[in-house]
Write a protein that binds this ligand. Structure first.
Ligand SMILES: Cc1ncc(COP(=O)(O)O)c(C=O)c1O
Length: 400
């Protein structure tokens, strides 16, 4: 399958590539998928109750701004979670509800893209590897995606400041993901500071994808809103209930930041944005207002990482990431290992290359994800234990 026109540079999605790699082969044992980051957990009762209570609202078109209760709960969460001064988020001006962060990460780009910058096609900077929506957005909005390696050498975050001046001058927007998918790297305070200085210098928008912000191992990572401070010039941040609350099926997130950018995005959403259904808004209001389920959720991930550490030891460069719920294992050749894990152990993982792009086209080794597999620790503990046991066996025969 190929896309036409400006989307022709988009390869099939990571999971379509994975199906092409694995599906022609029988799994060696009963299949376990550690490929998709589906949190898979129990749905908190307050979510189902809120949806049932507001089910009659499925009969009306929802407002683009959500409800007053939602706006206040979202603003309160942002202020509390990120330690912002009390009035630093105006619920009417600094935020909007999203049907999951993905649609916001995609659609908001259209509202910051000029026709040209420095007399040329505008550039959108992306980390490489990256969440695939960023590239689809860049191309759809008429930008040239520039893939910036996020490797062990750069602390698994893109070093945007190292790019040539000619590229930075054409840059209209950058995506930054922290904690990052797939590597679990977190931007430090100094990383944020230098990114915002660069945004000022070259006049570009910063899209901070922080959908994993509540899944961290030790301390909460530094975040974009407090680092930028009000009025959050040039900044939009994206937050999600998919990871924090383990509710990817709810499709519910927040975009927050620069009031002017939010105003423009609201205007654009009035044409093209999918409003969030009111029963979902009611459930989301409850979810942003409750921390108990998030603390339990986070503790669950800590336990899974401790288990992985015990089982994997120092195999494949194992490290506990600072945030997120993925292992990013350096296995030498991610595609080969993923196929082997499937054929011999029935374990489905994602080759890192499917989340990256070759820096030099045609040279697979220049894909920064080439030597990695991504392993999602989202199943229950005993399923993860069974999968890791089988993985250890395969990795050890590979090394032997
Ligand atoms: C880095 C990253 N950003 C955004 C998303 C989309 O999340 P949501 O469910 O909020 O649309 C995901 C989902 O996997 C992700 O990994």
């Amino acid at each position: 399958m190929h896309f036409p026109g400006r989307l022709s540079a988009l390869p099939p999605s990571s999971f379509a590539q994975l199906a092409t790699l694995l599906d022609p082969h029988q799994p060696g044992k009963s299949p376990i998928s550690l490929a998709i980051g589906d949190p898979n957990g129990a749905v908190p009762a307050f979510v189902s109750e809120a949806i049932a209570k507001h089910a009659k609202d499925f009969g009306v078109y929802p407002p683009i701004n959500g409800s007053k209760e939602w706006r206040e709960a979202a603003a309160k969460w942002l202020v509390t979670r990120f330690g912002l001064p009390g009035a630093a988020i105006d619920p009417e001006k600094n935020l909007l509800p999203l049907n999951g962060t993905r649609e916001g990460l995609f659609l908001a780009l259209f509202t910051v893209m000029p026709e040209s910058k420095a007399g040329q096609r505008p550039v959108v900077l992306l980390p490489n590897p990256f969440y695939q929506c960023y590239a689809a957005a860049a191309l759809s909005a008429g930008g040239e995606p520039v893939f910036v390696p996020a490797t062990a050498a750069t602390g698994f975050l893109p070093d945007y400041a190292s790019l040539p001046k000619a590229v930075l001058e054409r840059t209209a927007a950058v995506y930054i993901c922290s904690p990052s998918n797939p590597e679990g790297a977190c931007a430090s305070e100094s990383y944020w500071r230098s990114l915002f200085a660069l945004a000022e210098q070259y006049d570009f928008a910063v899209f901070a994808d922080e959908c994993y912000a509540d899944i961290y191992l030790n301390r909460p990572p530094a975040s974009a809103l407090p680092m930028r401070g009000a009025p959050y010039a040039r900044l939009l941040t994206f937050h999600s209930l998919s990871k924090r609350s383990g509710l990817p099926g709810l499709r519910s997130g927040i975009v927050a930041g620069d009031a002017q950018m939010i105003e423009r995005f609201r205007g654009f959403r009035n044409y093209a944005g999918p409003q969030v259904p009111l029963p979902i808004i009611a459930a989301s209001t409850a979810a942003w207002s409750d921390e108990a389920h998030v603390i339990a959720n986070r503790e669950g991930y800590r336990e899974k990482f401790r288990l992985a550490q015990r089982m994997l030891g120092n195999r494949a460069g194992f490290r506990i990431p600072e945030g997120g719920f993925f292992l990013w294992l350096d296995v030498g050749n991610g595609e080969e290992t993923a196929l082997k894990l499937w054929r011999e152990a029935g374990v489905r993982t994602l080759p890192g290359a499917y989340m990256g792009r070759e820096i030099e086209p045609g040279k697979t080794l220049t894909n920064p994800g080439f030597s990695y597999i991504r392993v999602a620790l989202v199943n229950d503990l005993s399923t993860i234990m069974a999968a890791l046991e089988r993985m250890v066996e395969v990795l050890d025969t590979e090394r032997a």
